[in-house]
Design a protein around this ligand. Sequence first.
Ligand code: HDD
Length: 726
Amino acid sequence: MATPAKTKAKTAGARAGSTPPTNAPPPRPAGPSTEGETFIAPGGETHQQADGPETQLTTNQGVPIADNQNSLKAGVRGPVLLQDFILREKIMHFDHERIPERVVHARGSAAHGFFECLDSCADVTAADFLQRTGERIPVFTRFSTVAGNKGSADLPRDVRGFAVKFYTQQGNFDLVGNNIPVFFIQDAIKFPDLIHAAKQDPDREFPQAQTAHDTFWDFISLTPESMHMIMWAMSDRAIPRSLRMMEGFGVHTFRLINAAGTSTFVKFHWRPKLGSQSVVWDEALKINGADPDFHRRDLWEAIEGGDFPEWEFCLQTFTQEQADGFAFDVLDATKLIPEEDVPLRVVGRMVLDRNPDNFFAETEQVAYCAAHVVPGIDFTNDPLLQGRLFSYQDTQLKRLGSPNFHQIPINQPKCPFHNLQRDGHMQMAVPKGQVNYEPSSLGQDVARESLERGFQAFPNPEAGEQLRLRPETFADHYTQARLFFASQTKPEQDHIVAALVFELSKCVTPRVREAVLSRLIHIDEFLAQSVAEGLGFPGEIVPAPAPIPAQDMTPSPMLSLLAKAQPTLEGRKVGVLVSDGSDDKLLAKLKAAVEAAGARLQIIAPTIYGVTTAGGALLPADHKIDGGPSVLFDAVAILPSDEGGALLALEAAAVNFLRDAYGHLKVIAYLPSAGPLFAKGGITEVGPDDDEGLIDLEASSVDDFVATASTGRVWAREPLVRPPPK
Ligand code: HDD
């Protein structure tokens, strides 16, 4: 056994030996120091933790830590001691770092920003944040997919959540909406069934983040009220190009109440300044592999780069008399009000201008709740909304673990809030005094109610028998589904057919596919027959019973993405494939033109250190070829040198860059030196004369390229790469 003296010497030797007790950071490159980390102390104070050697690492109790690299051991090779409170605290915290993910909308990305009132709405609502033109309040907005788990990819075919927390001076208003204005079901009692059917099968835990499986379509085929939503969910809306390029909708009919107590019905809409845009399905599949964080990264990078995404906030208001005149019930969340019938009033704008400081603290812990309304906004009897009013608070209790979840900084109102609720897990406040009840005569300064300023529910007269029954006015399941399909352009209709064929081809039970066809036939004969043909269904479609057949309505172009698309390249990305010897002058001109159009240009090269241009300059790459496939860009340019073109043609990733850009209908600028890539990609029978999206930069200018790319995809090319349904 070692003598104490020897042990001491050994320990000292180990400490002085080749492995130092602390990992000294590598020397920092010269330049401004990076910003420090911010954390909230238990008392609620925010500290700036300076980034520098003088910052002392401590335990959660504030005890300075001497060595964060080694556990406390009995002897240098001995067992770890239970008394190592530093180790135990650190591991215990780590063990508890995950909280239950959201049961739906688990994958999301969020940003801070502001809402600005552009038009006082005092005529229709007393909501404080909609009174004074030019006044701004903070918001926190989270976008999400619905079905996938937290770690799933960003581009499944799915509805997107669009949840905005308005921190108003009269409390938080949460508008918890989607990028689609209608919903699958009419009554919240069906929500758990819908979600169970859509998420992974309970026995095998797959397929994840997709509806292309038996259980979803089985449920849908037996739920005809879902048909309108299915048209939207199978449309390109469900594969958005960017979170910045999506519309948002509050879905339900809400009430606005003005200072005189008059009620007006309202549907809430968000319209993106960059226009709405989607990817094509094959692109979505490939993006999920190439960059599963495609949307999250896009939002983050745009905000970091100062391209702040912006939406118009619009009200679609209507009276009880108008509501009575509609052919549908405004309490039915499977119906919309065409904008042609009730135009939108733009009353504000939302700008997202700051990324979260910490994903967990903010994006993960933000708790939206459909029941969070403010004076001036009230609910209606929509049975889907009514169920939501219970669900969200309940789920936050489970997910965040305490009725005090409103004290988490991201959830706290930014106006004063006081009440007599006390205690509970993780109470962060230290309420003072003896009085925690009301009415009371003892305490000083006890929070009291106020009839004038307080929230008042609209006194809608309600009476009726207790019953479980859907109103007759909810019974037309097909008219608006038909309206949506009829309002789409030809490529959009073809995509709906293709999406249904894709999804139903993943179903393994023929009865399920046939049951869906038996519903589609009520929406549109061409739609149903095209899907049947795409499936290779050998039989006759047998229509399901439909008590109320679809009515024809005047198509609404506002329901189509393409019909109202505005030409722009703003907020988009152009990828340029280069090689050694690429022409620097042309590249510089192209970059300037792309940036002048509000887009970004990225370089894709054989290695990440880039290429040496014809002028001898080193041009660094943003991506190595296989890490920067063309699916990540809205338009591309292929500008190698003569020798580089031949070399690139040997790389499958470079050939696929071109082939995918072509197949995804992108505008492609090129030089004749890219010829070997076109040959290898099998794109030999078309040229600029027969495809306006192919732009030879020897014959045309970079401005021509930018102008053409601004018009979006080359839809005329689609029949050549994906034969449409006949
Ligand atoms: Fe929901 C989350 C939107 C119906 C129950 N929902 C959630 C989120 C959005 C929506 C955007 C994510 C919020 C976030 O980013 O944290 N939900 C909708 C819309 C619906 C809808 C637009 C129909 C019009 N939802 C709906 C019903 C129920 C729920 C009918 C239950 C009765 N939703 C929830 C939930 C979630 C949720 C389980 C999961 C996580 C959360 O609430 O905070 O409570």
